[in-house]
Design a protein around this ligand. Structure first.
Ligand code: HEM
Length: 485
C-alpha cells in the first residue's frame, strides 16, 4: 500500500504537521503558514448550535418489517404488504440538559424514527411517554425555559421547574408519569416509544382514522431508582450511549413491536374527552392495540457528528396515507422542527446522507442556498410548470382533510364531557402498587421540598389532591417531613 500523504483542504501536500512556520528560529509566526491558519480556523468551526431541546442523544440504523395487514387503515406504501421491509434511522435522547449532560437522569426520552420509505421519508418524532406536559404550543418555550438551566444560576432550578407546573394543572398526568418508576429508563433499549400525539391515517378508499402509535420494547421495561440513576449518572455520563453502541456492536439487536390504537374519524367529536389532547391516553378498553410490525436496530453510525448530530427529524415529514390530527401541539411542531433545522444545519440539511430519502429521490424546484451540493443537470428547468418534462404535482392529497367550523380566534380546545386535568393522573396513581406509589411520592417530595415559595408548593399539592385525595395527602406529608427535617 502506498503511503498516504497529509494534505491541506485544497489537496496540497503538507510538509510539516509538527512545527508551525516562524520568522527565524524562535520568532513570531508567519501569516503565510496556510496549513496552520486553516487547521486552527477549521477547528474553531467544528461545533454547530446544539438542539434547543433533546440536545443529548444516541442514534442507530435499522429496519422495520410489516407483520400484520393494515391496508384497511392506511394507504402508506411502506405498510401495505406483510413482510415488507423499510430501512430507518432512530435517535433517542434526553430532553432538558445540554449536549454534555448525563444519560441516566429523570427526564422524558425522545424516540425519533425516520423511515426511508419508497414514497419519501416518514418521520415519527415521539417520546418514551404516551402523554406530554402541555397542550398548546404557545406554552412550549416557557415550559422549556423553566426546565433547562436558569440563566443566572446556570443550573436546573426546582423553583422554576415547579413554578411552571404550579401554573399548568394539565401537566399533572405527565408529572406523575415522569416521577414514577419509568422516569429513569435503565437504557434506551429498555423503554417503550410512543407517537404520543393522535395522527391521521387514510386508506385507499379515502376513509380516515385517528391513530396513536405504541412501540413496545421486546427487551422488557427496565428502569433505575432515583438512587441508582444518581450513582450511574455520576459514574458514567454516557451510560445509555455506551449500552446502545455496545449491544449493537455485539450483535444483540434491540427491537420493538409497533402497535396502533385506531379510532374511526367519525367517533372523535363524540368521545368523552378530546381525543387530540396530548395530556391524555386513550384507554385500551376503548381502543385496543392492533399490531403493525417490528422495528430492529442493527447498525451503529460510523460518525456521531455526521449522522446523529446532523440528523433532522421533522413531524411534518409525512407520506401518502399518513397526516396530522388537529392536536394544537402537533400543529405547532409541524412548523418548529424544520425551522430549527434551517437554523441549526442550514437549508440544505436534507441533502445530508442521514436525512436524504433513500428509497426514492427528492425531485423539485428548490435550488441553491448555503452549501448546495446537489447540482442539477444543465437541461433541468428551475421553475414550474414548464414544457420540458420537469417534476409535476400528483393532484392527490397525502391524507384526508380535517373538518373545521366556527371563527378564527385564540380558542380553547372544544369541550368534551370528561376533559378535566386530573382524572387520568389519578387513574395512573391508582394503577400503581404500594411500592411504586411510595417511590413516586418520595421522588415528587424530593424535588418539591426544595422549592423556596410556599404558594408554589401549595399550588402543586392541590394538583395531586385533585388527582387522588390519598396521592395528595401522601405527597403533602412527605414534603412537610423533608422541609421540617
Ligand atoms: C409544541 C411543542 C413542541 C415544540 C415546539 C418542540 C420543538 C422541538 C425542537 C425545536 C427540537 C429540536 C429539533 C432539532 O434541532 O433537530 C425538538 C426536538 C425533539 N422533540 Fe420536540 N417540541 C415539542 C414537543 C414535543 C413532543 C410532544 C414530543 C414527543 C411526543 C417531542 C419530541 C422531540 C424529539 C424526540 C426531539 C429530538 C429529535 C431528534 O432526535 O433529533 N417534542 N423539539
Amino acid at each position: 500500500m502506498s503511503k498516504r500523504v497529509l494534505t491541506t483542504e485544497s489537496g496540497a501536500p503538507v510538509a510539516d504537521n509538527q512545527n508551525s512556520a516562524s520568522a527565524g528560529v524562535g520568532g513570531p509566526l508567519l501569516l503565510q503558514d496556510q496549513h496552520l491558519l486553516e487547521k486552527l480556523a477549521r477547528f474553531n468551526r467544528e461545533r454547530i448550535p446544539e438542539r434547543v431541546v433533546h440536545a443529548r442523544g444516541s442514534g442507530a440504523y435499522g429496519h422495520f418489517t410489516v407483520t400484520d395487514d393494515v391496508s384497511d387503515l392506511t394507504s402508506a406504501a411502506f405498510l401495505n404488504t406483510v413482510g415488507k421491509r423499510t430501512e430507518l434511522f432512530t435517535r433517542f435522547s434526553t430532553v432538558a440538559d445540554n449536549l454534555g449532560g448525563a444519560d441516566a437522569v429523570r427526564d422524558p426520552r425522545g424516540f425519533a424514527v425516520k423511515f426511508y420509505t419508497e414514497e419519501g421519508n416518514y418521520d415519527l418524532v415521539g417520546n418514551n411517554t404516551p402523554v406530554f406536559f402541555i397542550k398548546d404550543p404557545l406554552k412550549f418555550p416557557d415550559f422549556i425555559h423553566s426546565q433547562k438551566r436558569d440563566p443566572f444560576t446556570g443550573k436546573q432550578e426546582p423553583d422554576n421547574v415547579w413554578d411552571f407546573w404550579a401554573h399548568a394543572p394539565e401537566a399533572t398526568h405527565q408529572v406523575t408519569w415522569l416521577m414514577g418508576d419509568r422516569g429513569i429508563p435503565a437504557s434506551y433499549r429498555h423503554m417503550n416509544g410512543y407517537g404520543s400525539h393522535t395522527y391521521q391515517w387514510t386508506n385507499a378508499a379515502g376513509d380516515a382514522f385517528f391513530v396513536k402509535y405504541h412501540f413496545k420494547t421486546n427487551q422488557g421495561i427496565r428502569s433505575l431508582s432515583a438512587e441508582q440513576g444518581q450513582e450511574l449518572a455520576g459514574k458514567d455520563a454516557n451510560s445509555h450511549q455506551t449500552d446502545l453502541l455496545q449491544a449493537i456492536e455485539r450483535g444483540v439487536h434491540p427491537s420493538w413491536t409497533l402497535y396502533v390504537q385506531v379510532m374511526p374519524a367519525a367517533e372523535a367529536d363524540g368521545y368523552r374527552f378530546n381525543p387530540f389532547d396530548l395530556t391524555k391516553v386513550w384507554p385500551h378498553a376503548d381502543y385496543p392495540l392492533r399490531r403493525v410490525g417490528r422495528l430492529v436496530l442493527d447498525r451503529n453510525p460510523d460518525n456521531v457528528f455526521a449522522e446523529v448530530e446532523q440528523a433532522a427529524f421533522s413531524p411534518n415529514n409525512f407520506v401518502p396515507g399518513i397526516g396530522p390530527s388537529p392536536d394544537k401541539m402537533l400543529q405547532g411542531r409541524l412548523f418548529a422542527y424544520a425551522d430549527a433545522h434551517r437554523y441549526r444545519l442550514g437549508v440544505n440539511h436534507t441533502q445530508l446522507a442521514v436525512n436524504a430519502p433513500r428509497a426514492t429521490t427528492a425531485d423539485n424546484y428548490g435550488r441553491d442556498g448555503l452549501m448546495a451540493a446537489n447540482a442539477q443537470p444543465r437541461d433541468e428547468k428551475n421553475y414550474e410548470p414548464n414544457s420540458y418534462g420537469g417534476p409535476a404535482e400528483t393532484g392527490t392529497p397525502l391524507s384526508a382533510p380535517l373538518a373545521v367550523h366556527g371563527h378564527t380566534g385564540t380558542h380553547e380546545a372544544p369541550a368534551h364531557s370528561k376533559d378535566d386535568h386530573f382524572f387520568q393522573a389519578g387513574e395512573l396513581y391508582r394503577l400503581m402498587s404500594e411500592e411504586e406509589r411510595a417511590r413516586l411520592v418520595a421522588n415528587i417530595a424530593g424535588g418539591l421540598s426544595q422549592v423556596s415559595r410556599e404558594d408554589v408548593i401549595e399550588k402543586n399539592l392541590a394538583h395531586f389532591h385533585a388527582a387522588d385525595p390519598e396521592y395528595g395527602k401522601r405527597v403533602e406529608a412527605a414534603v412537610q417531613a423533608l422541609r421540617e427535617g
